[in-house]
Write a protein that binds this ligand. Structure first.
Ligand code: ATP
Length: 427
């Protein structure tokens, strides 16, 4: 029989990582049961407030002997109990077991957990209806992610290879040779991606926290991901590694919405007209976007760095498609920009003073009229409109890799532009 196992919310900023626990479980359970596929790393709604980092949950499926089920369950629960970071108030682990085929009802729940905010009670209801067995530790909020990870069909997916550190190294600086990462990137990009930030000259595969992850290598080709890992020089011992199949970089959090449908904690793609061009507060850049149903504030926050330059190039009247998460920022509903596509550019006009019709001299504004600086000739103030070139192009712009949400699809990947273009067709 098939046995599906889901886990979530075992980690905190102080340590641990649900993928680490998942990888250990996958290895241990594979000794007694046949894995049906690689384990799944499922990213859920990136806007929920409870997340530690990227709102990821883990699930795995096995062909098992009925008699082995109790001991597998015991192993999972024991491992979660011994490894989860129970000291942190925001760590509320959840474990779910499901036997047989994954019902459609659970798949529907998964997409709700990617698009919306769901409650623990709703997760409990779905578990009851689908005969999933849930185990809650503390608040047990992790059952939301655990159920959603089991329910994800992964029709579109990417890979991430995660290598973990020996416990004695947790919390210390990660020792990965920078040049070797650039070299491996050069040979495997774009089949592996987000290894480096070429503009900053920095390495992106190493996280910075106290968690056990040493490196994470993402890609669309499993073999190239593995090759990159094998060719990167790691100057500390690796405890073990695991390749996950994941919904990262699939854009599946984005749905086409009208502005009056936008809700906090959701993500969306909207088409609208720039109704107020940019202003800045601190290092954040804002503008307003309107459609026939309303107006929303759009933000490119400081961490999006060079991306803000393109946002400043937008002017009133530009028609754009904008994608991002919806949050309240300083009490105002705000779309936190991930990508945008200017589809119709307004004309940028400046008004210039004419030359003096008598002597060709320079005119000076004097209230309602113009006066020549050279010969003193006066005339009504009629300015000449002049079209300025637009610097921005009709193409999709995206935030840099280190500011990108796990679910957001980089433009370099096949179908990276699909969601935005789909929104264009629908509008
Ligand atoms: P990591 O990426 O390191 O695994 P994390 O960012 O995944 O950490 P968690 O510790 O898993 O953070 O916390 C996220 C919590 O939010 C989990 O309890 C999960 O069940 C819950 N959750 C996930 N999606 C939703 C949702 N759509 N609505 C409400 N709660 C959710």
């Amino acid at each position: 029989m098939k046995l599906h196992i889901g886990i979530d919310d075992t980690d905190s900023p102080n340590g641990m990582c649900t993928t680490y626990l998942g990888a250990m479980l996958y290895r241990e359970i594979s000794r007694v049961a046949e894995p049906l596929d690689l384990p799944k790393l499922i990213r859920l709604n990136p806007n929920v407030p409870y997340k530690t980092r990227g709102n990821g949950a883990v699930a795995m499926s096995f062909e098992v002997e009925e008699d082995d089920v109790p001991k597998i369950k015991e192993l999972v629960l024991k491992m979660v109990e011994s490894l989860a970071d129970f000291n942190h108030e925001n760590t509320n682990p959840g474990v779910v077991f499901l036997k047989g085929e994954v019902p459609k009802r659970l798949e529907d729940f998964t997409y709700r957990a990617i698009w919306e905010h769901v409650t623990i009670k709703e997760a409990e209801e779905v578990a009851r209806e689908t005969n999933a067995e849930i185990y809650k530790f503390k608040l047990g909020r992790g059952i939301i992610g655990a159920l959603a990870a089991i329910g994800h069909p992964l029709r579109n997916f990417t890979y991430e290879l995660l290598a973990y550190r020996k416990r004695e190294f947790w919390g210390t600086e990660r020792r990965v040779n920078k040049e070797s990462v650039f070299e491996a990137d050069k040979l495997t990009y774009p089949f592996t991606y987000d290894n480096v930030d070429p503009f900053k000259g920095s390495v992106l595969i190493t996280p910075h926290g106290k968690d056990p992850v040493l490196v994470g290598i993402r890609g669309i080709d499993k073999n190239k991901v593995l090759w990159a890992f094998e060719n990167i020089i790691i100057e500390e011992p690796v405890e073990f590694f695991q390749i996950y199949k994941t919904n990262q970089n699939t854009d599946e959090h984005l749905r086409f919405r009208k502005i009056d449908e936008l809700k906090p904690l959701e993500s969306a793609i909207v088409k609208g007209r720039v109704s107020r061009s940019y202003w800045e507060k601190g290092r954040h850049v804002f503008f307003e976007l309107s459609d026939d149903t309303g107006t929303i504030r759009v933000a490119a926050f400081e961490p999006t760095k060079g991306f803000r330059r393109y946002v400043r190039m937008l002017i009133e009247g530009d028609e754009i498609i904008a994608a991002g998460g919806i949050k309240e920022f300083n009490g105002v509903l705000t779309l936190n920009l991930e990508k945008f596509y200017p589809i119709k550019l307004a004309e940028k006009i400046t008004y210039e003073k004419p030359k003096c019709p008598k002597c060709g001299g320079t005119m000076k504004s004097k209230g309602d009229y113009l006066k020549c600086k050279k010969c003193g000739h006066k005339m009504p103030k009629i300015l000449i409109p002049k079209k300025l070139p637009r610097e921005i192009e009709k193409k999709i712009y995206e935030v840099p890799p280190d500011a990108r949400k796990h679910l957001s699809r980089p433009l370099v990947l096949p179908l990276g532009e699909e969601k935005i273009l789909e929104a264009f067709e629908k509008s």
